[in-house]
Design a protein around this ligand. Structure first.
Ligand code: NAP
Length: 343
């Protein structure tokens, strides 16, 4: 099916995008991966190479230099491509002081990518959004299960800059297609917190949590929870989307299950009993006190005791997905981090 198709993959140096590049190559696509700096090209090829079932597939991987904040090179990058998969977006470890530092690249970068696609006659687009664009709004009843019809409220006073960036970027994409490119077929992927083994040692922001548990330096863990999903499944959603017309014009949540942080620690403590992993739950008052001096605790405070659940029922149906269980994803992540000396 896909042998003749070519994909412009933005943010190819990313944790998720490397997996997407690998799966696209495995499916026979030609991939033009965008990087901010050309010295990252070897890193991506090196990460993908050991996993290719046919070494010759690497010849279908090429690179182009693009920055979300600059117009330079976008038109040429999109020329001759059949599909745009736009993953690039800032994902900082800690929320920035100035929200525009991440909102502008997210929103303006998405529009740059879509404008370039339109100019090049690309009509198939897959966009990486997030559940951060789905579940961050005020006044929701406890126990609500979020689905594709839910949107985060960018004007909610408690929304994080990251969630605002993803919400505004996804909205901008839908608005662009509706008002300026009605022929463009857009599919949106909204992953939960992505874990799972990376393809190389550049592990991305979301694995910092697993690293923190394995390092076992904290005396107790805060009661914050996460809707988790494996990176291999999220990459598969992006690749399957291209050839799944039923996915066009819709959002698709990618979530395998929910775990509290102490539950994540307990899974890893059972798997690695000799590492001294701390599973004790930190009292909320202690986390709040620590937040006065510790930025990670500050990030945790608004999430204490909040259980946000999401359903991926539509995704399972449209893509035929059977998500990797969260315990398995967590242990595979830990195994990678330990084996590669990253904890
Ligand atoms: P990542 O490893 O940090 O990848 C982010 C990618 O975006 C990198 O390739 C990065 O390039 C690129 N990028 C950032 N700012 C850029 C700029 N100004 N110009 C050009 N490229 C820029 O993070 P990831 O986890 O793979 O995330 C990929 C996508 O998935 C993002 O859209 C993110 O919002 C979304 N997502 C991630 C998660 C998660 O838990 N990881 C969950 C939901 C959604 P450099 O390598 O040069 O920095």
């Amino acid at each position: 099916m896909s042998a003749a198709r070519s994909v412009l993959l933005t943010g190819a140096s990313g944790y998720i995008a490397k997996h997407i590049a690998l799966q696209l190559l495995e499916e026979g696509y030609t991939v033009r991966g965008s990087v901010r700096a050309t010295d990252r090209e070897h890193e991506i090829a090196d990460a993908v190479r050991p996993h290719l079932s046919d070494p010759a597939a690497e010849s279908r991987l090429r690179f182009v230099e693009l920055d979300l904040m600059s117009d330079s090179g976008w038109t040429e990058a999109a020329e001759g491509m059949d599909v745009l998969v736009h993953t690039a977006s800032p994902l900082p470890l800690e929320q920035p002081q100035n929200e525009d530092d991440i909102i502008r690249p997210a929103v303006d970068g998405t529009l740059r990518a879509l404008r370039a696609a339109k100019a090049a006659g690309i009509t198939r687009v897959v966009l990486t959004s997030s559940i951060a664009a789905v579940g961050e709004s005020g006044g929701m009843p406890a126990g609500r299960i979020y689905d594709e019809s839910d949107w985060s409220d960018p004007d909610w006073p408690e929304i994080t800059p990251y969630a605002k960036s993803k919400t505004l970027a996804e909205r901008a994409a839908w608005d662009f297609v509706r008002t300026q490119a009605p022929d463009m077929h857009l599919t949106v992927i909204n992953p939960g917190l992505v874990i799972g083994p990376p393809l190389d040692g550049h592990i991305g922001t979301s694995l910092a949590l697993v690293q923190r548990i394995l390092r076992a330096k904290d005396p107790a863990v805060p009661n914050i929870g996460f809707a988790l999903v494996d990176v291999r499944d999220i990459a598969a959603m992006h690749v399957r989307a291209i050839a799944t017309p039923q996915s066009i014009g819709a959002r698709h949540l990618g979530v395998s299950g929910f775990l509290w942080f102490p539950e994540m620690a307990a899974v890893l403590a059972a798997r690695y009993p000799d590492r001294g992993i701390v599973t004790r739950r930190a009292p909320n008052a202690a986390v709040r006190m620590l937040a006065q001096v510790d930025s990670a605790a500050r990030t945790a405070v608004p999430l204490l005791d909040i259980r946000r659940e999401f359903t991926s029922a539509r995704t399972r149906e449209v893509f035929g997905m059977d998500f990797i269980p969260v315990d398995e994803a967590l242990c595979a992540t830990a195994q990678f981090l330990i084996e590669n000396g990253l904890v």
